[in-house]
Design a protein around this ligand. Structure first.
Ligand SMILES: *Cc1c(COP(=O)(O)O)cnc(C)c1O
Length: 380
């Protein structure tokens, strides 16, 4: 039977799972991203041979180092595993006894300083390695002085997050300066920061000792991969704590196909015509906005170059005279359709947004049609 990418009929028939239309962006729960064709080909080729995984990891690490400007790199099982290994590397280093001891961190410096505006569910990944989070904020003090006062003998690392939730009053470069004066490494979660391409080098240039990126979000590599890059000694420690070695990262295995796919994705990402991709997203967003512009009670906007959004988003804001269902109900109605349409909700308030980066050709017309129906149904 032919596999139809529009209807996902093979999945539908054999697994009883439906293709959804993803207007939420590069989000794990709806499948992350679609790999570029060259990635799938590289993975398919690697299925057919054996390699020494240590040798493959080293080679892939060299490619990552070249593209990020870091001393070393490692393919990890998603940015989540990147966080786990950042913590493990900073706590246990390359000491075989300590690697075996994790996640028990008794008697070892085990504290990771994390700004309270950077706390998310992903902080869990640091704790999985045995780290104790020391969550801080400046209170009434100067944030630099506060951070200086908090770094002590138990501090294994200072963590920094780049995301829409990044509200830290001090920059990464300033944090790095303070931490480095005290001999403490700075570990960065940049899972969602690709694109743009210059994120690959930006955080390393700002002084980060280790940075992790998702491989399966905007990089469009295999879903279960990520990048870890940084200081050679710390990356070596991360490697020793990771699969296929028997450290805390052993359950976060990256297959040879995953390593090969991540490297291919990284090369294709750097070489891609990002302006052309942006123009394509812009075209879909313009089409949706044009279709919906005249609907009463809502304010349909394009939000472009907004760090909180992936690509140029269509955003539906509800005006004071809106007399229809609330946005959560609309989102649920769209999700209940066949095919299920998943749109984003509420980064600013109760707005609905469409991220074009994960729409596939033709999806924009279905999104417009369905949104128009849901936004006008209460007038029928
Ligand atoms: C998605 C995400 C992660 C986890 O990345 P995976 O590649 O899915 O493991 C970590 N941190 C943040 C901020 C994220 O958004």
């Amino acid at each position: 039977m032919a596999y139809d990418t529009r209807t996902g009929s093979l999945l539908l028939d054999e697994l009883g799972v439906q293709r959804i239309i993803n207007g939420m962006g590069w989000i794990t729960t709806v499948g992350g991203s679609i790999m570029r064709p060259g990635v799938v080909e590289a993975m398919a080729e690697s299925v057919n041979f054996y390699v020494d995984l240590h040798e493959l990891n080293k080679t892939a690490g060299n490619v990552i180092a070249r593209y990020t400007g870091a001393e070393a790199g490692l393919v990890v099982a998603g940015a989540g595993a990147g966080l786990l290994l950042q913590a493990a590397a900073c706590i246990a280093g390359s000491d075989p006894d300590l690697i075996t001891q994790l996640p028990n961190t008794e008697g070892i410096k085990n504290e990771i300083l994390l700004y309270d505006g950077h706390v998310s569910g992903y902080a869990r990944c640091y704790r999985a390695a045995g780290a104790k989070l020391n969550i801080w904020n400046e209170g009434d003090e100067d944030p630099k002085d506060k951070l200086k006062s908090l770094i002590g003998r138990q501090t294994a690392a200072v963590a920094y997050l780049f995301h829409q939730w990044n509200r830290c009053p001090i920059s990464l470069a300033e944090v790095a300066e303070i931490a480095h004066e005290r001999g403490v490494p700075v570990i960065v979660d940049a899972a969602v920061m690709l694109p743009p391409v210059d994120s690959l080098t930006r955080f390393i240039n700002d002084g980060a000792d280790m940075v992790t990126f998702s491989g399966g979000k905007g990089l469009r590599g295999p879903q279960s991969t990520g990048i870890l890059c940084g200081r050679a000694d710390l990356i070596e420690a991360a490697r020793q704590n990771n699969s296929p070695n028997h450290g805390i990262g052993r359950p976060a295995k990256v297959t040879k196909e995953g390593v090969v796919g991540l490297v291919a994705a990284l090369q294709l990402f750097v070489d891609a015509d990002h302006d052309a991709e942006w123009a394509e997203w812009q075209g879909m967003t313009n089409a949706i906005v044009d279709d919906l512009r005249d609907i009463p009670g809502v304010d349909i906007r394009i939000e472009d170059n907004d760090p909180d959004r992936q690509g140029p988003n269509t955003v539906v804001y509800f005006k004071d005279d809106w007399d229809g269902p609330d946005s959560q109900t609309i989102i649920a109605n769209l999700a209940a359709r066949t095919p299920s349409i998943r749109l984003g909700y509420g980064k600013r308030g109760n707005e609905i947004f469409v991220a074009p980066v994960t729409l596939q050709a033709g999806d924009e017309a279905e999104v417009s049609k369905a949104l128009r129906e849901e936004l006008t149904a209460h007038h029928d």
